[in-house]
Ligand binder design. Structure first.
Ligand code: NDP
Length: 444
């Protein structure tokens, strides 16, 4: 049996009931086959794939907190420190009822390659909890965040592990987490990114993932002789990534006609009103039905369906496994030209394969959504220097990083004989740097 197959079998056997983690490992290892098989005995002897697919550390903890009725609630807390070969662990915290060890491990594993692609010195990690922030009061959110950090602070630090936001964790939650870290440790240091501007945050961090996604998409189109100007775009999600992807795509002349949340989706043939969407989601924290009420041109549909609209470019920006095979078929039937992932692993393996087989340009999230973590790393640099850079400076660096990522994955796909396969390109380019550092550091 080939070493890649052995490693895959082992991951499945040793990590039962972790389907998302299996899926992420399978996707990566399949595309590394060509690299591994060129030097299979060396990698097998080093147990390189076993080390790569086993987190350095996985921390599971209890998060007790008191709700507004005086009832004690208990949630599960997680921090998976996956790989620190090229820098301190870095990756977001997710608060969503679906969170479990499988999801945090898949996200941490992906983060290792993504962070490597940014070309910045950051290792991979991820964390979170099955706490559901929806419908909670501000006080409840604060109580949860304080309890979560009371355990987490033992394992994080500006030079060891630097978490950030993800689903359900925005500026408010980062503020409460940071306050508690400072209170417990007495340290005013860059232990979290995505901080508010008044206490060490970076300009453009809020916009970075969405803007970065569109910068990369724009470079992809440019290198294929076209541009976003005049294109119709569908976006899923209505959170941090989706909102700023919509904003930047519109600034570059595209018309974005959809967005969605976990209850339904909007089709707005006149183009999403991003100011209104921000008010509904960022200020009022309301459902998309509120957007529909205030926007006569919008059609709201309950449930799934965002990928049924005819568009040139699709940007899935909600969550994992939200774009299924039948969605990929609908997009292809409608002539979609490019799909670039804003979320982490939003496209299922079958859907990805279908898009690629049908000639759609497809860029995986670990490359196209790396702008968030890249700007987080820029926030770390500013914290270390105790300086703040201007928005123009950060935005210019973000743009450069995204353009470089595109060329890096494009070159890797060409070098290994898979031109245009950006999944393989991203996995190989991300892998080579991490493995080089792991080998140099010995068996650790
Ligand atoms: P947010 O919490 O700000 O927004 C998530 C959006 O997705 C919301 O509109 C939410 O709807 C929707 N959503 C969540 N779960 C589901 C579901 N099961 N079905 C349908 N819709 C769903 O998160 P972000 O925008 O920060 O993150 C979105 C994705 O991007 C995630 O995959 C995340 O890991 C990834 N990402 C985020 C980065 C960042 O910097 N924030 C960086 C890189 C990747 P509702 O409001 O109803 O819950």
């Amino acid at each position: 049996m080939s070493y890649v197959d052995e490693a895959l079998e082992r991951v499945i056997a040793q990590n039962p009931a972790q389907p998302e983690f299996h899926q992420a490992v399978k996707e990566v290892l399949e595309s590394l086959r060509v690299v591994i098989e060129a030097d299979e005995e060396k990698y097998r002897k080093e147990a390189l794939l076993e080390r790569l697919t086993t987190p350095e550390r996985a921390i599971l903890f209890r998060v007790p907190w008191v709700d507004d009725k005086g009832q004690v609630q208990v949630n599960n807390g997680y921090r998976v420190q996956f790989n620190s070969a090229i820098g301190p662990y870095k990756g977001g915290l997710r608060l969503h009822p679906s969170v479990n060890l499988s999801i945090i491990k898949f996200l941490g594993f992906e983060q290792v390659f993504k962070n490597s692609l940014t070309s910045l010195p950051i290792g991979g990690g991820k964390g979170g909890s099955d706490f559901d922030p929806k419908g909670k009061s501000d006080r409840e959110i604060m109580a949860f965040c304080q309890s979560f950090m009371t355990e987490l602070f033992k394992y994080v630090g500006a030079d060891t592990d630097v978490p950030a936001g993800d689903i359900g964790v925005g500026a408010r939650e980062i503020g409460y987490l940071y306050g508690q870290y400072k209170r417990i440790t007495g340290l005013y240091e860059g232990v979290l990114t995505g901080k508010g501007l008044s206490y060490g945050g970076s300009l453009v961090r809020t916009q970075a993932t969405g803007y970065g996604l569109v910068y990369l998409t724009s470079e992809l189109l440019k290198c294929h002789g076209t541009s976003l100007e005049g294109k119709t775009v569908s976006v899923s999600g209505a959170g941090n990534v989706a909102i700023y992807a919509i904003e930047k795509a519109q600034q570059l002349g595209a018309k974005v006609v959809t967005c969605s949340d976990s209850t339904g989706w909007i089709y707005d043939p006149e183009g999403i009103d991003v100011g209104l969407l921000k008010d509904v989601k960022e200020v009022r924290r309301a459902r998309l039905t509120e957007y529909k009420k205030r926007r006569p041109s919008a059609v709201y549909t309950e449930g799934r369906g965002v990928w049924s609209v005819k568009v040139d470019v699709a940007l899935p920006c909600a969550t994992q496994n939200e774009l299924h095979l039948e969605d990929a078929k609908a997009l292809v039937a409608n002539g979609v030209y490019a799909v670039c992932e804003g979320a982490n692993m939003p496209t299922t393996l079958e859907a990805t394969q279908f898009l690629q087989e049908n000639g759609v340009l497809f860029v995986p999230g670990k490359a196209s959504n790396a702008g968030g973590v890249a700007t987080s790393a820029l926030e770390m640099s500013q914290n270390s220097e105790r300086l703040s850079w201007s928005a123009e400076e950060v935005d210019a660096k973000l743009k450069d990083i995204m353009i470089n990522i595109y060329h890096n994955i494009d070159n890797a796909s060409k070098k290994y004989g898979m031109e245009g396969n950006y999944v393989a390109g991203a996995n190989i380019a991300g892998f080579l740097k991490v493995v080089n550092a792991m080998e140099a550091q010995g068996i650790v």
